[in-house]
Design a binder for this molecule. Structure first.
Ligand code: PMP
Length: 392
């Protein structure tokens, strides 16, 4: 039988596995930061009607530029944005891939501050872009000086920052973003997949767009809108950025069914986003309950919580190296030490397994000692907290 290794695949793809969290059929699935609430009946009906209206016309290609949908997305975002500022694709993953195709690619580099969304390096790999793993300080913090120093030293063509950050959950400090923008020689992509869940007082990078043509904000309908299965992500940026991604997008990339369904969902955004407050309340309940048990928990502006599996242990918390804010990049050895500080503090793989044995699927993001749990319904929170209490 022919195996992958027998084929002339690109060298950098050899020995790799496809990205993907386990899709297991268990009672409580809290591993991919989906919205646990099914779509309300009235929205299901509206989407069905909108999709039905497209069916007889499926002999024709869809609107290649998805103008009506982009206008609706711009209206949702506000901030004075219009159709020329917005671009949409099949999930924000595809939007980010298009950005890399347009602004990175072979011979160019992209940088992100690890731990962050694990697809960013994989998207870079897929389009032949060299990935530069930047680092964070203690408690996964990213100070303006530390971030800007790394950008200045590595001079990446594209910088990814995730706010709120996945997997830590915390929104980026506004002064860190402006420091990155000032230091970056190329594009800065702010991945705001979880923006709608942010705590009060958190600001979106959308407000920084005017006068900054190298800033791009990506969003998705997969999380707050509960539209993950519909596959709709989008960006907001200077109109020139939209021109750039149109050079690399596949023709008719967004089906007529997707465009119609997404527009119907957006028209019912009040009903869809009504669940956001209860998800935030469940998130905060998880944070409080885990802290009461003595777990270290990262502050969360998202619909998930990153927690240390060993209650009462303090794996992070040592002072960040003084050099960071003096403008020096943490060395690879220092970065390894920061990560290693968590390695002795519990086996997250064993806890992940023990929770799964109790019917609760969470995410092992590969951070020694840490696991990530999605906030969903009250019943799911109960099941998760009960399972945690039962752990040996
Ligand atoms: N960005 C971040 C930070 C994410 O966590 C995710 C989904 N896990 C995405 C982007 C991609 O979402 P989608 O492609 O469904 O829009």
């Amino acid at each position: 039988m022919t195996t992958l290794g027998d084929l002339p695949v690109r060298d950098e793809l050899r020995g790799r596995s496809p990205y993907g969290a386990p899709q297991l059929d268990v009672p409580v699935r809290l591993n991919t930061n989906e919205n646990s609430h099914p779509l309300p009946d009235e929205v299901v009906e509206a989407i069905a009607t909108a999709v039905r209206a497209e069916l007889a016309g499926l002999n024709r290609y869809p609107d290649r530029d998805a103008v009506a949908l982009r206008a609706d997305l711009a209206a949702y975002l506000g901030h004075g944005l219009s159709v020329a500022n917005v671009w949409a694709a099949n999930g924000s993953n595809e939007v980010q891939q298009q950005l890399l195709q347009a602004f990175a690619g072979p011979g160019r580099t992209a940088l992100g501050f690890v731990p962050a969304y694990s697809m960013h390096p994989l998207l870079a790999l897929g389009v032949g872009t060299t990935w530069l793993p930047g680092v964070r300080g203690d408690d996964f913090d990213l100070t303006p000086g530390h971030a800007a120093a790394q950008v200045r030293e590595r001079r990446p063509d594209v910088v990814f920052v995730c706010s709120p950050n996945n997997p830590t959950g915390t929104a980026l400090r506004p002064d860190t973003l402006t420091a990155i923008l000032d230091a970056a020689p190329g594009m800065v992509v702010v991945d705001e997949a979880y923006a709608e869940f942010a705590r009060p007082g958190t600001s979106s990078a959308l407000a920084l767009l005017p006068g900054r043509p190298r800033l791009v904000v990506t969003r998705t309908m997969s999380k707050a809108f509960g539209f993950a299965g519909g596959r709709l992500g989008y960006l907001a940026a200077d109109p020139a950025v939209v021109d750039a991604v149109q050079l690399v997008r596949l023709p008719y990339h967004l089906s007529a069914l997707t465009q119609a369904a997404a527009r119907a969902a957006l028209a019912h955004r009040d009903a869809l986003l009504a669940g956001v407050d209860s998800i935030k309340a469940e998130r905060d309940r998880i944070v409080v309950a885990l802290r009461e048990r003595g777990h270290m928990v990262a502050d969360s502006d998202a619909n998930f919580v990153l927690f240390h599996v060993a209650p009462g242990r303090h794996a992070v918390g040592r002072a960040a190296p003084a050099a960071d804010d003096a403008g020096h990049v943490v060395s690879p050895a220092d970065a390894a030490a920061l990560t290693a500080s968590a390695t002795d503090a519990g086996d997250q793989a064993a806890v992940w397994r023990a929770l799964l044995d109790r019917g609760v699927l969470v995410r092992d993001v590969g951070l020694p000692g840490w696991l990530r749990v999605t906030a969903g319904t009250a019943a799911e929170t109960d099941a998760f907290l009960t399972a945690i209490e039962e752990l040996p």
